[in-house]
Design a protein around this ligand. Structure first.
Ligand SMILES: [Zn+2]
Length: 214
C-alpha cells in the first residue's frame, strides 16, 4: 500500500507517530499523584488570592470521555478540559509536566514536539472554569457564557500565583485582569452577566470598572 507519506523513509514516519506516544507515558504517575494531592490546597489558595469561595469540589478524571477517546488530534493537543454537564475536570496525563521533575519534563516536551504543559497551571485553569460555571448556576441568569470572558476567568485562576500561564490565552487574560484584580468575586459576576458586545477591550474594561465602582 502506498500512503500519502510514501516519500518519507519509514523510520521517520514511524517516529513521528511513536515518539509522542512514548512521551505521553513518561511521568503519568507523578502527575496524577500531584493533582490528587494538591487540588484542595490550590483551591484554598485561589480563594484567598482572588477573593472567592469555591462551590464544593469538582470531580477530577484522567480518562477522556467516550466522545474524544478516538480523536488523535484531541488526545495530542488537549491538556485539560471542564465538562459543565457533570462538573468534571479532565486532566491529560499524557501532556502533563509535573512540578519538581525538570529532567523528565524536558524529555517529555522533546518527545511530544513541545505539546506538553505544566499540570498545576492546567488544573488551576480548569478550576476557574468550574468556579465560573457554578457561580453562573447560583446566579441563575448567565447561561450563555461567552468565550473571551470564560477563558479569561479560567486563565486568571491559572495565573493567580504569579505564574506565566499559557501565552495563547494572553488576550483573554488581559481583558478580565483589571476587573477581577480590583473586584474579585463581584468582578467575575459582572463579567459573566455583561460579556463584551463588540466594544474594544479598553472601553469594555472602563465600563465594567465604572459600573463596579458605584
Ligand atoms: Zn479554558
Amino acid at each position: 500500500m502506498r500512503s500519502r507519506f510514501g516519500g518519507l523513509p519509514a523510520y521517520i514516519l514511524s517516529s513521528l507517530l511513536i515518539l509522542p506516544g512514548v512521551g505521553g507515558m513518561i511521568g503519568r504517575g507523578d502527575a496524577r499523584r500531584y493533582v490528587e494531592a494538591s487540588a484542595t490546597q490550590i483551591m484554598k489558595e485561589q480563594e484567598d488570592a482572588i477573593g472567592i469561595s469555591h462551590f464544593g469540589q469538582p470531580e477530577i478524571t484522567f480518562e477522556l470521555s467516550e466522545a474524544y477517546r478516538y480523536n488523535p488530534a484531541f488526545r495530542l493537543s488537549v491538556a485539560g478540559a471542564y465538562d459543565r454537564r457533570n462538573d468534571t475536570i479532565f486532566i491529560s496525563l499524557s501532556s502533563a509536566e509535573t512540578p519538581g521533575h525538570p529532567i523528565r519534563n524536558r524529555v517529555k516536551r522533546i518527545l511530544r514536539f513541545g505539546s506538553s504543559e505544566d499540570v498545576s497551571g492546567v488544573l488551576q485553569h480548569e478550576l476557574g472554569h468550574f468556579y465560573a460555571d457554578k457561580l453562573c448556576e447560583s446566579l441563575g441568569d448567565c447561561h450563555s457564557v461567552q468565550t473571551a470572558v470564560n477563558e479569561g476567568i479560567a486563565e486568571y485562576f491559572s495565573r493567580f500565583d504569579g505564574s506565566r500561564g499559557n501565552w495563547e490565552y494572553d488576550p483573554y487574560y488581559d481583558l478580565v485582569r483589571p476587573v477581577i484584580e480590583r473586584h474579585g468575586r463581584d468582578g467575575i459576576e459582572y463579567l459573566l452577566r455583561n460579556p463584551p458586545a463588540g466594544s474594544g477591550a479598553i472601553a469594555y474594561q472602563n465600563e465594567a470598572l465604572r459600573a463596579l465602582a458605584k
